[in-house]
Ligand binder design. Structure first.
Ligand code: PGA
Length: 245
């Protein structure tokens, strides 16, 4: 696992945006795995800026997103489809038919089948972007005694519900279940990159960066097993979690 320590979060986001743009420039038909969450927002803003500067062309790119709330209407602003359109897809020349975010309203079995087709129907996901939850989840794969390899419905943990409540009128409105890629799906991407910032991620980054353990209690530690994984973290968090002395 490669670790990149940047001066600050803005530099982390610029690094990740440049990396994604380089991947698209190298392979205009690349298949990208994308993520939502507060941490990723400035990455997408930076990608849109590079697109406006004509540094990249998304017309042939395909994307698959990590997860979506069960029951979320795609055009409702709490949905991850809405997030992706709002932060990225509406501002670049990607064909939205080539983007996939699970439809939270669909029949669960049908949607899981479709999710798998999007992941495995043609080429391999070349790059998977990841944030990390306060308890160490990747996608919505929550910590516990065991993890699920394939696409499935996950029950969200209280810490996830609490962290995501900021996007809802009331914590009671946060959906309790989500479609998510399983950890096996994430590990099958050719390369994976996790970005983290902020004090709420100190404990989880300590588990990822300061020991050699892999545990289902902190699903993000699985990245230590991936042949091409990168963690991007700013100096402040790297210091607070004990990675930098
Ligand atoms: P955040 O979410 O970027 O909003 O902290 C990350 C995640 O839960 O994966």
């Amino acid at each position: 696992m490669k670790v990149i320590v940047t001066k600050n979060y803005a530099e982390s986001c610029k690094f990740v945006a440049d990396h994604i743009v380089n991947l698209v420039n190298k392979d205009p038909k690349v298949k990208l795995g994308l993520a939502t969450g507060g941490t990723a927002e400035p990455i997408y803003t930076e990608i849109v800026k590079l697109y406006n500067e004509k540094k990249v062309d998304f017309s042939q790119v395909t994307t698959v997103n990590l997860d979506e709330y069960v029951g979320a209407k795609p055009d409702n602003e709490i949905s991850y489809r809405y997030y992706m359109n709002h932060w990225l897809f509406d501002h670049i020349n990607i064909d939205k038919n080539n983007t996939y975010v699970a439809n939270g309203l669909n029949n669960i079995d049908d949607e899981i089948k479709l999710f798998n087709e999007k992941l495995y129907g043609d080429k391999q996901v070349a790059f998977q972007l990841l944030g990390v939850g306060v308890s160490g989840h990747i996608g919505f794969n929550e910590s516990g005694d065991k993890l699920t390899a394939g696409v499935h419905i996950e029950d969200l943990q209280q810490s996830t519900i609490d962290a995501n409540a900021r996007y809802f009128d009331s914590p009671d409105d946060v959906p309790r279940k989500a479609f998510t890629m399983g950890v096996g799906d994430i590990m099958r991407a050719k390369s994976v990159l996790l970005i983290a910032t902020g004090d709420s991620k100190i404990n989880v980054m300590r588990e990822i960066l300061t020991n050699d353990s892999v545990t289902t209690k902190v699903p993000a530690t699985l990245l230590k097993l991936h042949a091409d994984s990168t963690v991007v973290v700013d100096e402040d968090l790297a210091r607070k979690c004990g990675y930098l002395k």
